[in-house]
Write a protein that binds this ligand. Structure first.
Ligand code: UGA
Length: 421
């Protein structure tokens, strides 16, 4: 927003984060973000604060961007942070303002929050709620924000629509499509989009299961069906499946909400989507066990990757770490290496063993596992790794390597959804 020319004051309850952001350092890895922060901090258009009074006084438009994680012990979304953000801001508003929700929430939440906003705002202060779901991907956050595929705004008045059109004027003048709708549809667009993406990944991973049984190659199958424009190639990469802080918990929260609305049957297929996805993790562990000759006891395994996807240090529900932890539980000595996610991974799984580099991870390994497709790992060659390992065994859980090349160099390679030979 500051880069687009607005004066921005950003608030968080975490003083450490605010201090770090104020000095131009994002508290997570996102390509290009620190440079952008430094650039806009220098303009004076972006400041950070831990004072909610200050933001309440400052803004014409307030974006609420807090997380909605999965509730402990349930599939539903935990809305505590959204409620807390609104409850702390609303009573302090002193002048006309539009409060804009960006969090991923169960359909119906915005309507409840709008009522609450009206109740909590001081009498006579003209405030309104809008819902504006976020579609950015980690690793591409800046580009997805500054040139999004579309904008979706849920509003209950022409005035709220006009304000958001003003906020996004530069994107709209660059022909970014905008969909203006009601609260419920805007909320549902977000979860429907993530449910579709998760389904697409699990579809190709289901095909991978069939390919494995039939001796076929899912990467060729994906390429062939993707040439059909109606299907397309994107999100058709078979492998270890999806993880992260969004897709897994969003499909579960969507099912939970559908149950509350009495339409659980409509989303029953998402249970299969979730199950197919989790089976890929087990299958990856099976492949390592098979390569080890039936038992992982005492086997040294190099795990390349800890983040849920490349170009991110996010390890929330990371398939890579799930696999590393399972291998260790079966008695393997794992050595996890990731270019950016080591600190987060060791916080979440302090009992895993972490290596300092690819060489440190792979040195003396009986099996090398490619679990997250960082460029650094994709560039590895059989000749580079051969002198380091104890046995030339590779599990390619992201289908990035050419099996023929590795086999020709004397490796035994197993890839998800491809013939094992
Ligand atoms: C996802 C959506 O793509 C964003 O549009 C959305 O805004 C975001 O969630 C959110 O709700 O906040 P993100 O979680 O950053 O974004 O990651 P994705 O790029 O969607 O990847 C999700 C997972 O799917 C990763 O673990 C990735 O490795 C896996 N994936 C992706 C595959 O296994 N195969 C593919 O073909 C594509």
């Amino acid at each position: 927003m500051a880069d687009l020319g607005f004066d921005v004051l950003a608030f968080d309850i975490d003083a450490e984060r605010i201090a770090s952001l104020s000095s131009g350092v994002a508290p997570f890895f996102e390509p290009g973000l620190n440079d952008l922060l430094t650039k806009v901090l220098a303009t004076g258009r972006l400041r950070f604060t831990t004072s909610v009074e200050e933001v309440a006084e400052f803004g014409d438009v307030h974006f609420m961007c807090v997380g909605t994680p999965q509730k402990v012990g349930s599939n539903a979304a935990d809305l505590r942070h959204v409620s807390a953000a609104l409850d702390s801001l609303a009573p302090l508003l002193t002048r006309p303002a539009l409060v804009v929700g960006k969090s991923t929430v169960p359909v119906g939440t915005a309507a409840l929050l709008a009522e609450r906003l009206a109740q909590l705002a001081p009498a006579g202060v003209d405030v309104e709620l809008a819902w504006n779901p976020e579609f950015l991907r980690e690793g591409f956050a800046i580009n997805d924000t500054l040139s999004p595929d579309r904008l979706v705004i849920g509003v209950t008045s022409k005035r709220a629509e006009a304000t958001l059109r003003e906020v996004y004027a530069s994107l709209l003048s660059a022909d970014v499509p905008i969909v203006v709708t009601d609260f419920a549809t805007a909320e549902l667009v977000k979860v429907a989009a993530n449910a579709f993406l998760a389904t697409k990944i699990s579809f190709i991973n289901a095909m991978a299961e069939v390919c494995e049984a039939a001796g076929a190659d899912v990467t060729v199958l994906a390429e062939a069906i993707g040439h059909d424009d109606r299907i397309g190639h994107r999100f058709l990469r078979a492998g270890l499946g999806f993880g992260g802080g969004c897709l897994p918990k969003d499909i579960r929260a969507f099912m939970a909400r559908a149950g509350e609305l009495g339409v659980d049957e409509a989303l029953m297929f998402l249970r299969e989507v979730d199950a197919i996805n989790l089976r890929r993790r087990d299958r990856t562990v099976d492949m390592a066990r098979e390569l080890a000759g039936g038992s992982l006891q005492g086997v040294v395994v190099a795990c390349l990757g800890a983040s849920f996807k490349p170009n991110s240090d996010d390890v929330r529900d990371s398939p890579a770490l799930h696999v590393a932890a399972s291998l260790q539980t079966e008695g393997a000595t794992v050595r996890v290496y990731d270019p950016e996610a080591m600190a987060n991974a060791s916080r979440l799984f302090p009992t895993l063993h972490f290596a300092q580099s690819v060489d440190d991870s792979v040195g003396g390994a009986d099996i090398v596992m490619l679990l997250t497709e960082w460029n650094e790992f994709c560039a590895l060659t059989p000749d580079r790794l051969a002198p380091l390992v104890r046995s030339r065994h590779l599990v390619d859980a992201r289908n990035v390597f050419d099996p023929a090349q590795w086999r020709a160099a004397g490796w035994t390679i197993r890839s998800l959804g491809r013939p094992s030979l």
